[in-house]
Design a protein around this ligand. Structure first.
Ligand code: PEP
Ligand code: MG
Length: 321
């Protein structure tokens, strides 16, 4: 038996009223796949590929990337591997880019996809590796920090060029991360082009609340539980429904039980989480009724602070359930 078929036996994750919640794993390094497989997750919902090279003095090698992605997708069997293209720029600057005067580690000017569309060669080589592997496996491309239809379309055009140049037959599925306020205001133009979208609550929270994500740990005001973030996610879910586009949530808080309950109440059915969170999350989802979760989300949307949202979980009528 392959690793994938052994892990299959752990079965899907369902709410108490039988709704399937698809749980994927977030991975940063290939070794993180061990846990995704042993936990029987539905695949990898977020592979943060920049982690591979953050300490690297040499530019990524295209062949080495292809080999790595192929190995990972082979281990996953027929389960998806969602590869996020390098989310570089800002504080995420590997040594091989430090000499580049366009890039200032203290600057937000070039980040994520915007960075990649300037450093085109790096993106093109990565896309080539992904497209090659995607010919024989369920490998999907996820673009970070998309700010609208324009940058997203430029990336899609590059993927299409790579497909032609590499004599490939299949264009992999392409998704956009929704993690900037700009993306919230450009949802329709993004959804028109996307095969799937993935909400990143870490950056979405940081940029909606104007608070550094690294400094916000333990800050009760700066959290995805803020009603602004909850309302934003609600808008995204409704827009994705209009376009019949799959939507997953992959920020850290997707793995926290109470926040995951809210997400399910808002209509989210796919979560990509850190494998360490899966045990507790599965147990909580198995006890959760979706109409109760919907009620909770309706109330959370109308709250005025994260504290009010948290109180919903201690409110007797709700906690009895
Ligand atoms: C996010 O921003 O929520 C996300 C998942 O991406 P990262 O944490 O890698 O920025
Ligand atoms: Mg992010």
């Amino acid at each position: 038996l392959s690793e994938a078929s052994v892990a299959m036996n752990t079965g899907p994750c369902r709410t108490s009223d039988g709704q399937e919640i698809v749980l994927y794993g977030n991975v940063g390094l290939p070794a993180d796949l061990d846990q995704v497989l042993s936990l029987g997750l539905a695949g990898v919902g977020l592979f943060r590929t920049e982690f591979l090279y953050l300490q690297s003095k040499q530019r990524p090698n295209a062949e080495a990337q292809r080999h790595l992605y192929a190995q990972m997708s082979q281990r996953l069997g027929d389960r998806p591997l969602v590869i996020r293209t390098f989310d570089l720029g800002g504080e995420k600057l590997p040594p091989f880019l430090l000499h580049d005067e366009r890039l200032d580690p203290s600057s937000l000017n070039l980040r994520g996809l915007r960075f990649s569309l300037v450093e085109k060669q790096l993106l093109r080589e990565q896309l080539t590796a992904i497209v090659q592997v995607a010919q024989e496996a369920d490998v999907r491309i996820l673009l970070p920090m998309v700010i609208g239809g324009h940058d997203f379309a430029q990336a899609i055009a590059m993927i299409e060029e790579v497909v032609v140049e590499s004599n490939s037959l299949k264009r992999p599925q392409i998704g956009a991360m929704v993690e900037t306020p700009a993306a919230l205001f450009c949802l329709d133009e993004i959804l028109e082009l996307a095969n799937f979208i993935t909400i990143g609550t870490n950056d979405l929270t940081q940029y909606l609340l104007a608070a550094d994500r690294e400094l916000s740990a333990g800050n009760e005001h700066v959290t995805a539980m803020h009603p602004a973030v909850i309302r934003a996610i609600d808008e995204v879910v409704m827009a994705a429904k209009r376009w019949d586009c799959p939507v997953c949530v992959c920020g850290e808080e997707a793995g926290e039980v109470e926040f995951a309950m809210l997400l399910i109440g808002l209509g989210i059915r796919e979560l990509s989480v850190s494998p360490a969170r899966v045990g507790e999350l599965r147990e909580a989802i198995a006890k959760l009724d979706t109409s109760y979760a919907r009620d909770l989300a309706d109330q959370a949307r109308a709250c005025r602070s994260p504290q009010e949202v948290r109180e919903l979980f201690t409110f007797p009528r709700l906690s009895e359930n």
